[in-house]
Design a protein around this ligand. Structure first.
Ligand code: B12
Ligand code: SF4
Length: 615
């Protein structure tokens, strides 16, 4: 079930709204004395191909965007802690500016739920008099905010409020709380008052608990956020990098953030927002609905400015676009690329100072076939293409074996490294002799077409996508195997957790074989030999060594799961997990983020529809 959309004329914020809100907060000076800490949850058990390496070397954009927004709103005492770098961080031990911060925030993907909950639990150990206001955000809150609250009164966990949207929602919340604050009243106290009096109900994008007991009586959902239409209004990312906590083993915080000169060493890759949204509607993907079918973007000038300032301030050179489909709209893409092509940084063209990588589709790459040279001149050097399954057996979005091969060759010929993202599924065999539909056949085609790295994930249900509930109801989703429960950290596509195959362990092995077929000593040696004649193959050779190293982690983590699938008893879900706490909107009706309730409603309507007709 996809997230619902706001009314067509009320999807976007008014132009300038985010900028004005930041300005108002900054001028009021109310944030100056407030200390805030934003922690990014990261479960180290998820460290595997295809993300191992970059997962620790790329400070995520979400918590940085929140940090930048706070700085530009005058909350200068702000720190960002990444569990990627600070595994032992414990909120109960944190002090900023010599005291417990006023606000503690957690940013998390669903995959890292266990770590996010543990941080919230730990922050709740701080004595009542000093306990900070706890705010949760990030994609877990967008798609399944209830996951952060416990239903066990003996072990209560839960933030004071969750933000199901972007930075505007947070700033609107803080603005409201600061307006209501009496003198030095703790912000948590202000929030509890605002919750009781229903004063948060007209801020769309929040979920908060009802009741004063250890377990909420219900969760109140204030609705779907309004989206920022013009991404140029976002706070500048240069601030977020300046408040990162220094990597280390301490439970608490260092007296100062990471030295500016060390930012590039610790986060040589930068995630950068250029566009958001995608015109396709793949049934397993929640992205178009999250974006309420909007395609949002930054201007070329703004992107150029971000790249320039990040280069001159921190020396950052490699930027990974947080795009869902950068080539989504050819004209807008070319607008951005032309500006980047013509930008000079420190007397040299931008492309000599920066490298850009991002995600696109095969279909849109072919549409831009004769513009790829220009795109390279904008600094674009690597693209990840959502190939999924070239035979179209899974989804059709303009990719066939021929078109994909053509797109890969075109990119290579234009000096852009193509990287395929494949999805393995029940309908796909490991190898086929009659056609190209087999997994290894496709990997073989792609490597011959010039793929540099490979991503193969098993199709896994994604909350907020059209197919989510159906996939569970069809009995496809595994609840446990051989006594091991499927936990949130396993929803990364590396574990086979949704398959009707009689022998699902084979699917797990298939994923490993596909990687082994792509990353292996023979290919690495071949690339090294060819490297003497063609220095452009350096990346290919490097990717082989990285891939073999990463594959060891996949084998270590997923082979035991394959054994459980082979030898153990497999239990399956018969319906999608639902919120364990009742959810409602402020008027007591169905909550926007309670997708299960929406799904049940639709099922009921479709069940009664034929009956009505026959009557
Ligand atoms: C870049 C990216 C990656 C990079 C991350 C690199 C990095 N270190 O940053 C890589 C390629 C490694 C990656 C990997 C994966 N990713 Co990814 N990725 C993205 C992508 C495309 C952009 C994320 C981003 O930077 N956005 C820009 C920032 C500014 O936005 P944001 O993170 O959404 O944050 C905003 C709000 O959420 C909110 N917010 C965020 N934190 C907080 C905190 C507080 C307190 C508050 C108030 C608000 C708030 O405000 C922010 C500013 O607007 C998103 C899709 C998308 N377009 O968002 C998917 C996405 C985050 N990935 C997703 C997934 C599932 C994965 C993988 C599991 C792979 C897979 N199977 O698809 C792996 C996990 C790897 C791991 N071990 O963690 C999902 C997460 C879904 C979920 N329910 O959690 C997303 C949302 C895509 C999707 N809808 O399916 N990913
Ligand atoms: S093309 Fe990619 S981002 Fe767009 S809907 Fe399909 S999977 Fe999602």
């Amino acid at each position: 079930m996809e997230l619902p959309c706001r009314k067509a004329d009320d999807i976007l914020l008014k132009p300038g709204a985010l900028r004005h809100l930041r300005e108002r907060l900054r001028v009021s000076g109310k944030g100056a004395e407030i200390a805030t800490v934003i922690a990014c949850a990261f479960d180290h058990r998820t460290r595997m191909l295809p993300f191992i390496g970059p997962d620790l070397r790329m400070a995520p954009a979400g918590p940085r965007a929140i940090g930048s927004s706070l700085i530009e709103s005058g909350f200068e005492k702000t720190r960002i802690v990444l569990q990627q770098w600070n595994r032992n961080f414990r909120p109960s031990a944190m002090k900023l500016d010599g005291r417990v911060p006023d606000i503690f925030m957690v940013s998390s993907m669903s995959l890292h739920t266990a770590c996010a909950r543990e941080m919230v639990r730990d922050a709740m150990r701080i004595d009542e008099a000093h306990r900070p206001l706890i705010i949760a955000g990030g994609s877990i809150c967008v798609y399944e905010p209830w996951e952060l609250w416990s239903t066990d009164p003996e072990a209560p966990v839960g933030p004071d409020v969750a933000v199901t949207g972007e930075e505007f929602v947070l700033l609107e919340l803080l603005d409201r709380l600061l307006e209501m604050r009496r003198g030095d009243e703790p912000l948590r106290g202000v929030l509890l008052r605002a919750r009781r009096e229903g004063l948060l109900d007209n801020i769309p994008g929040l979920v908060y608990p009802l009741g004063d007991g250890p377990v909420p009586e219900a969760l109140v959902d204030t609705g779907i956020q309004r989206l920022l239409g013009d991404l140029d209004e976002q706070a500048h990312p240069v601030h977020g990098y300046g408040i990162l906590e220094t990597p280390g083993r301490d439970a608490g915080l260092a007296s100062r953030p990471l030295e500016r000169t060390l930012v590039k060493k610790k986060s040589p890759l930068g995630a950068m927002v250029m566009t958001l949204g995608c015109k396709f509607r793949c049934p397993y993907c929640p992205i178009p609905a999250y974006n309420q079918r909007q395609y949002r973007q930054k201007s070329g000038d703004r992107i150029a400015d971000e790249i320039s300032r990040l280069y001159t301030t921190y020396g950052l050179r490699i930027h990974f676009g947080a795009d869902d489909n950068f080539f989504n709209d050819a004209e807008r893409t070319m607008d951005i690329c032309r500006t980047l092509r013509d930008t000079m940084i420190d007397g040299k063209p931008l492309r000599r100072r920066a490298r850009i990588a991002t995600e696109v589709t095969v279909h849109d790459t072919l549409k831009l076939a004769d513009r790829l040279e220009e795109i390279r001149k904008a600094g674009v050097r690597a693209l990840w293409l959502g190939v999924e399954d070239m035979s179209g057996g899974l989804v059709k979005k303009g990719q066939t074996a021929d078109s994909t091969t053509q797109a890969f060759q075109l990119l290579r010929n234009n000096g852009i490294m193509p990287n395929p993202m494949l999805m393995h599924h029940d309908g796909q065999k490991l190898y086929t002799t009659a056609d190209h539909s087999g997994l290894l056949n496709q990997v073989n085609l792609l490597r011959n077409a010039g793929a540099v790295t490979l991503q193969v994930l098993m199709i896994t249900p994604s909350r907020g996508s059209k197919l989510y509930e159906e996939t569970f109801e069809s009995g496809m989703v595994i609840r446990s195997a051989g006594g091991r429960d499927v936990t949130a950290n396993m929803f990364d596509g590396n574990y086979v957790i949704a398959s009707k195959d009689q022998r699902p362990w084979r699917k797990q092995i298939n994923l490993l074989l596909a990687y082994l077929f792509f990353y292996n000593v023979v290919r690495a040696a071949r690339h090294l030999i060819k490297l003497r004649r063609n220095k452009h193959l350096a990346w290919d050779a490097g990717a082989q060594f990285w891939g073999m190293w990463g594959l060891a982690a996949n084998i270590r983590r997923t082979l035991p799961w394959a054994v459980r699938l082979l030898l153990g008893r497999i239990r399956r879900h018969c319906k999608a997990p639902e919120t364990r706490l009742p959810m409602q909107n402020p008027r007591g009706d169905i909550a926007s983020h309670d997708q299960s309730a929406h799904h049940r409603l639709i099922q009921k309507q479709t069940a009664t529809a034929p009956a009505k007709r026959s009557a």
